[in-house]
Design a protein around this ligand. Structure first.
Ligand SMILES: Nc1ncnc2c1ncn2[C@@H]1O[C@H](COP(=O)(O)OP(=O)(O)O)[C@@H](O)[C@H]1O
Ligand SMILES: [Mg+2]
Length: 263
């Protein structure tokens, strides 16, 4: 059984940071194999994980359209090669393989012209691929609606990340409410408040209590992350004493381990 974990929240709130540290924890606890999917068009999860990234799914889609013979419709000059087989092969090559984690980046979204059929095939291939891992972690772009375009798989755990502001928390609550309108099922959604300095203010605590998703935990603002990102160092290299990593561990313990997701 694959456990699917997804991240949501406004741009810049810390989705990729959380995804990288969550993956670090899954690796260190020997939880099993992990497929990381970077679904943000400005792919940068690879940097946080310290993995190379050569081709995105977007590049593969564009490449295929360029390789279709305009006369006989063949691909790569091979008349028998189906689009499915071509894309399946290319995705296999594009997989960036780490020790326990493989990474796929979705890349830029479809350009002008309708690639719907191709996108369906791509989604099926990525979904099928995901089934061979113990965990699929999807670092999503801002809106939840993108998630259902990227995957048909149900999500076991959704983390909605927010900054420590009332406006941010209210926006996160709206994101969480949208989950009922999607055609994929999200079993559990949790709120994570990132970049907290000191105690949460009473107003913020009240705003959080008014939401219909529970608080998984808070993550402090951590200069070590800023420094690592400034130097382009992967976040997975943060040491065990790192305060941000310890908070992510506590959140994962509470939300995954205690909820019987095998880890
Ligand atoms: N807890 C934190 N402490 C300090 N800096 C943080 C923290 N969380 C995120 N950042 C910084 O904020 C910026 C945006 O984070 P990122 O994870 O890329 O956001 P998102 O993926 O949601 O767009 C990055 O430069 C990152 O270093
Ligand atoms: Mg990001």
């Amino acid at each position: 059984m694959t456990t699917t974990i997804a991240l949501a929240g406004k741009g810049g709130v810390g989705k990729t940071t959380f995804a990288a540290l969550l993956i670090k924890y899954l690796i260190e606890s020997g939880a099993g194999s992990i497929l990381a999917i970077d679904a943000d068009p400005s792919a940068n999860l690879n940097l946080a994980l310290g993995l190379p990234l050569e081709q995105t799914i977007g590049d593969i889609r564009e490449g295929m359209l360029e390789n279709i013979n305009k006369v006989d419709g063949s691909l790569n000059g091979r008349p028998g090669l189906s689009k499915f087989d071509y894309l399946d092969m290319e995705i296999e090559y594009a997989l960036s393989e780490g020790e326990q984690v493989d990474l796929l980046a979705m890349g830029r979204p479809e350009g002008p012209g309708c690639y719907c059929a191709v996108n369906h095939i791509l989604r099926d291939i990525v979904d099928r691929l995901g089934r061979s891992y113990d965990f699929v972690v999807i670092d999503n772009e801002a809106g939840l609606e993108h998630l259902s375009r990227r995957t048909t798989r149900d999500v076991d755990v959704l983390y909605v990340i927010t900054d420590p502001t009332v406006r941010g928390v209210v926006a996160a609550g709206r994101v969480a409410e949208l989950r009922n309108e999607l055609d994929i099922n999200i079993a559990q959604a949790w709120l994570v408040v990132n970049r907290v300095t000191g105690e949460l203010s009473p107003a913020l605590t009240q705003a959080i209590a008014g939401l219909n998703i529970p608080l998984a935990g808070t993550i402090p603002a951590d200069a070590a992350v800023t420094a690592a990102d400034a130097d382009g160092r992967p976040l997975v290299e943060l040491g065990p004493e790192s305060t941000i990593y310890r908070s992510v561990q506590a959140i994962v313990q509470k939300t995954l381990v205690e909820n019987a997701h095998t880890i």
